[in-house]
Design a protein around this ligand. Structure first.
Ligand SMILES: [Mg+2]
Length: 382
């Protein structure tokens, strides 16, 4: 079998799908994208074409190394996302060619069902209690929300109190019938992260995500010494070579590599194994589309330390497109009592509605995250 063609489709809300065709009529789908930089990743995907066209798609390990090492310069959000989507599509082809789901090719299931959670509250957390009530009816019992809006490097007790009051209200409304993680989203610097973690501790969140930005990863170990809340991070780390530093330094209880940003299934499986060796849990980042989610689930179902899976149904970013809009086998993504079953179909387990993808790609918006500024006019982390 030989790779014949790579086709990319940018789509609402902020996704990109990749289709890899072969000369035997089997095609695979991947989702290479960095939110807000879809065109850059698209260019990177097509720059890999000379390394892929005419090659045997079953040699995923070799093609991965060719893409990673073959170009001299490596790593980073754009290149690793391009590799990620290509890798997903190659696994999809392999599974379809062999008539088996990818998790079977990786050694088989380590669990019967995977815990998933839902976002609530949007960019500037609001109406969280109403949203949780609604989502509980849809089968969710675990949630994640942003922890704060803009926060200065040193900020007021008033702002901390506002953020903590919102969390207190949730615990008051639902007790411990629900679980939730709190995403600091890199909005908070190290000085205020310490203050916030201390103030939030009585409400016992499942985890705090990106307590500080990944570029301050040396801070995680120090923060962890000051709090019993498990700390999570990893959506802005792109390879095992970046993750190895945080494993060595300690501090994280959960790593959250993104299957569409960190080199795909091939790389994230290795990151998951490294995490297991450090007794660190895995919770893949996935605010993206159905192919990215399906790729995450392949790794979750073969990784003993996978504890939680993010997914984007109803997420605040999904303007103009929903998780299952381009999926024909919607029933396979059914969530019951907060769990999803292994996707039963060969490959990644997603049957893509190609006609709809082609049609929607004609009017793809260029999504960008908002640019926030502090009250004094300086740029704030979003
Ligand atoms: Mg996050």
């Amino acid at each position: 079998m030989r790779i014949t063609k790579l086709t990319t489709y940018r789509l609402a809300p902020r996704w990109m799908f990749l289709k890899i065709d072969t000369d035997e009529g089997i095609s695979g789908w991947g989702e290479p994208v960095i939110e807000g930089k879809a065109r850059s990743v698209e260019a990177a995907v097509h720059e890999f074409e000379p390394y892929l066209i005419g090659q045997d798609p079953s040699r995923i390990n070799d093609l991965w190394q060719v893409m990673y090492r073959g170009g001299f310069y490596r790593g980073g959000a754009i290149l690793m996302s391009a590799i990620a989507g290509i890798d997903q599509a190659l696994w999809d082809i392999k599974g379809k060619a062999l008539g088996a789901p990818v998790y079977e090719l990786l050694g088989g299931l380590v669990r019967d069902k995977m815990k998933v959670y839902s976002w609530v509250g949007g960019d500037r957390p609001a109406d969280v209690i109403r949203d949780i009530k609604r989502l509980r009816e849809g089968g969710f019992d675990t949630f994640k929300m942003n922890g704060s809006e803009e926060m200065g490097l040193i900020d007021s007790a008033r702002k901390v109190d506002q953020a903590v009051a919102r969390i207190a209200e949730i615990r008051e409304a639902f007790g411990h019938d629900i679980e939730f993680g709190i995403d600091f989203h890199g909005r908070i610097g190290a000085p205020m992260a310490k203050v916030m973690l201390k103030a939030l501790e009585p409400y016992r969140p499942l985890f705090v995500e990106e307590p500080v930005l990944a570029e301050q990863d040396e801070t995680y170990a120090r923060l962890a010494e000051h709090t019993a809340i498990p700390l999570a991070a990893g959506e802005r780390m792109y390879s095992r070579f970046e993750f190895k530093r945080v494993f060595q330094a300690g501090g994280l209880s959960i790593v959250q590599p993104d299957l569409s940003h960190a080199g795909g299934i091939t790389e994230c499986l290795k990151i998951a194994s490294m995490a297991e060796a450090y007794d660190v849990a895995l919770a893949p980042h996935c605010p993206l589309g159905p192919i990215a989610l399906a790729a995450c689930l392949q790794v979750d179902f073969v990784s003993h330390n996978a504890v939680l899976q993010e997914q984007s149904m109803g997420i605040h970013y999904n303007q103009g497109g929903e998780l299952l809009d381009y999926v024909l086998n919607k029933e396979d993504f059914h969530i019951e009592n907060g769990y999803i079953a292994p996707l039963p179909k060969p490959g990644l387990g997603v049957v893509v509605d190609e006609e709809k993808v082609i049609e929607a790609s004609q009017r793809a918006p260029d999504w960008r995250n908002p640019l926030w500024r502090h009250e004094d006019g300086s740029v704030a982390e979003w």
